[in-house]
Design a protein around this ligand. Structure first.
Ligand code: 1GP
Length: 236
């Protein structure tokens, strides 16, 4: 089951098929010791650019997962599929609508044992994904905890994803998500660019996701693997 594999991930790189990465940079990312490479993004995602990137990552041993944002870009050759469910989306399309449309088309072919739902809580109002989903991102600690509880206890999601895409998050809100869960895995992603931020995120979350940094400082991105893996989690 993918949910069991996810439980061992401490560090993940997220690659955007709509952005350019050189062979040299991709080589460094794939050999970095990260636990998984996730391919996905918010805009400009196509079957073609996703397939091109998957083929390049496939030269390496690192497992590679697709985070699905568009049903026409789904590629069966991935090791597994992460399905974002945006818990605080203002537009229900991103809570259930897109998923329903995809299952209507692919329903009988879906390898459910290789699928895991991510309960997203989007907290950076300026991010592309917040705008796209019309996320209600100005949340109190109590509201974040409640979303995390819903994800784990009502929807039985294996992953709660605190998403700050593009800016580093408020540690109080990451802790608030932690307070709502005991079994789901807490993913954190957003704005990690320094060793201190990588360590802070590693203290607060189970799995740390690094994206944007890959594209402007691959050396620093590769270093985050070590910073995250060397940092113990704080006791909740
Ligand atoms: C984006 O959470 C990831 O979905 C990582 O965020 O790109 O800001 O590192 P950054």
């Amino acid at each position: 089951m993918l949910a069991e594999r996810v439980a061992s991930w401490r560090h993940v790189f997220k690659l955007d098929p709509n952005r350019v990465i050189s062979d040299g940079a991709l080589d460094r990312i794939c050999r970095s010791g990260t636990d998984a490479v996730v391919i996905g993004g918010t805009d400009g995602i196509t079957y073609e650019n996703t397939w091109e990137l998957l083929k390049r990552v496939r030269r390496y041993d690192v497992p590679c997962y697709q985070e699905i944002s568009k049903k026409s870009a789904v590629i069966p050759e991935f090791d597994g599929f992460l399905i974002p469910v945006v818990l605080n989306a203002g537009d229900p399309h991103w809570v259930i609508g897109a998923h329903h449309e995809a299952v209507k088309v692919y329903g009988s072919f879906i390898p459910w044992e290789r699928v895991a739902a991510e309960g997203y809580v989007i907290l950076n109002p300026d991010s592309k994904v917040a705008r796209l989903t019309q996320a209600r991102s100005s949340l109190s600690e109590e509201e974040v905890t409640a979303y995390a509880r819903l994800a784990e206890h009502l929807f039985r999601m294996p992953i709660v994803y605190v998403e700050y895409s593009g800016c580093f998050g408020d540690p109080r809100l990451i802790r608030a998500a932690r307070a709502g869960i005991s079994r789901s895995r807490l993913f954190y992603g957003g704005g990690i660019s320094t060793p201190e931020q990588a360590r802070e995120a590693a203290r607060l979350a189970d799995t740390v996701v690094v994206g944007n940094l890959i594209y402007y400082n691959v050396d620093a991105a590769v270093q985050t693997v070590r910073h995250v893996k060397e940092t113990p989690k704080e006791m909740s």
